[in-house]
Ligand binder design. Structure first.
Ligand code: EPZ
Length: 424
């Protein structure tokens, strides 16, 4: 078993380079299946979810090659299977994008219901309803979603909630639908725009990505092409919060500062100083932090994927703050683990009430999901003594070189292996 061990209370300083966006990568790689030609995807984060997707493509008959750590060549010309195996699908939520890609290109797909972080009930009914509106027949049998169509036809699709996954999945399939598809109440997250830009580069005709009304004019097929993925908004935000919680001075580089607006504004409100440049943000946290309220919302609101890290930050700030979660049903499972470190947080429904001023002390804790793990890392950096975080495979799904990046900023952090349960 592997664990991350952190000896906290060290101010982080220096600069850190942010990788490509994991949630864009896990949409763009399946979208490349739809291309049928050779795609070269650059600025990919080298994380577990990316590796899992390459295995899925190889299983389907395509080929994948990493010319270097952050570049992936996908040749989906040889794909001759439409069934994604359970072992691969269960590892990640984004396996659902295989449905849109295979259905679009081959009019046939069989994909087990997805796995991924446990954040409450996470159905994919909006995705499936969208495919049906495009003309597909869908049925779920033994946990496998089976989709098939003679042809796909453009439709007006209204999403009850601006779901990131449903927007991207329907968009990928609709590239192959005859006529025009409109997705109304579409998600506006940066990775929706990135996936649309990738598909357009391959010859798709998608307009309006980044607004709540996306229009896709169908095409017969896509070409291959090269594409470079946008920087990871959530990785960047995690390091910005790590800088703030340690009273540090860190420049987060190779980012799109606009994507960070909701977090930057909150950190400034908490008394951090910020310097925003073209592709970097410097966070200086010299003054004591003041608690504020956070409301996790769809983009451009505060990202739900940063709310666990924000809770860690609030717990050491002066005063009290409320975190409201409006995207996922259950995203407070990390609270119990943060409490082991001394955080004072109470959860009622979709709100967490954080009493600040806690003196965090190291403890053995478990990452219950990816961003819960990130919150524990951030809290461990501020805690006195050793924090040992278990279930690090969650962190490996989303953060490349986490320990070495933190160590380069001055953190005392290392990965430890232990045959059984670690006894701290
Ligand atoms: C994506 O998940 C991200 N995952 C999540 O990041 C992120 O938290 C989420 O978007 C919101 O930004 C990937 O991109 C792989 P949704 P997704 O569809 O697409 C409900 C991380 O930490 N819903 O926007 O699954 C759903 O239950 C991960 O990196 C339905 O009811 O999120 C949720 O409450 C965690 N039916 C809400 O909508 C559906 O068909 C938003 O989900 C689809 C969604």
């Amino acid at each position: 078993m592997e664990y991350i061990s952190i000896n906290g209370k060290r101010k982080l300083s220096g600069s850190v380079q942010i990788n490509g966006a994991k949630n864009a990568a896990v949409a763009i790689i399946p979208a490349a299946i739809a291309a049928g030609g050779k795609c070269v995807i650059e600025n990919l984060p080298h994380v577990e979810d990316v590796t899992t997707l390459t295995h899925a493509i190889e299983h389907l008959g395509g080929s994948c090659r990493f010319p270097d750590e952050h570049t992936l060549e996908i040749d989906s010309g040889g794909i001759n299977q439409y069934t994604v195996p359970y072992d691969l699908a269960k590892k990640m939520r984004a396996s659902y994008y295989m449905l849109g890609a295979l259905l679009g290109r081959f009019k046939k797909a069989e994909v087990p219901l997805p796995g991924g972080c446990s954040l409450g009930v996470r159905p994919i009914n909006y995705h499936l309803r969208g495919f049906e509106q495009l003309g597909a027949k869908i049925h779920t049998e033994h946990g496998i979603v089976k989709a098939a169509a003679d042809k796909l036809t453009g439709a007006n699709i209204y999403l009850e909630f601006p779901s990131v996954g449903a927007t991207i999945n329907i968009m990928i399939a609709a590239v192959f639908a005859e006529g025009v598809t409109q997705i109304e109440n579409a998600a506006k997250e940066p990775h929706v725009v990135d996936t649309a830009n990738f598909l357009n580069k391959l010859g798709a005709n998608i307009k309006g990505a980044g607004t709540d009304n996306i229009r896709i004019t169908g095409t017969d097929g896509l070409n291959g092409g090269d594409y470079s993925i946008i920087p990871d908004q959530i990785e960047a935000g995690t390091y910005m919060i790590a800088a703030a919680i340690t009273g540090g001075d860190v420049t987060v580089e190779r980012i799109i500062p606009k994507h960070m607006d909701s977090l930057t504004a909150k950190l400034e409100e908490m008394q951090c100083e910020t310097e925003i440049r073209d592709d970097s943000i410097r966070i200086k946290a010299e003054k004591p932090l003041h608690a504020v309220n956070f409301k996790a919302m769809v983009y451009p609101g505060f990202p739900t994927d940063l709310q666990p890290q924000a809770a860690a930050l609030l717990s050491v700030s002066s005063g009290s703050g409320i975190i409201t979660e409006t995207v996922h049903e259950q995203r407070f499972q990390y609270v119990e683990e943060l409490r082991r470190l001394g955080a004072n947080i109470n959860v009622e429904g979709r709100a967490a009430f954080v009493n600040g001023g806690a003196e965090l002390t190291g403890a053995q804790v478990n990452a219950t999901d990816l961003r819960a793990g990130a919150a524990l890392v951030v809290a461990g950096l501020a805690a006195k003594g050793e924090t040992v975080i278990g279930n690090v495979m969650h962190l490996d799904r989303g953060y490349e070189h986490l320990e070495s990046k933190l160590a380069a900023l001055g953190a005392d952090v290392k990965r430890i292996s232990h045959p059984d349960e670690y006894d701290a």
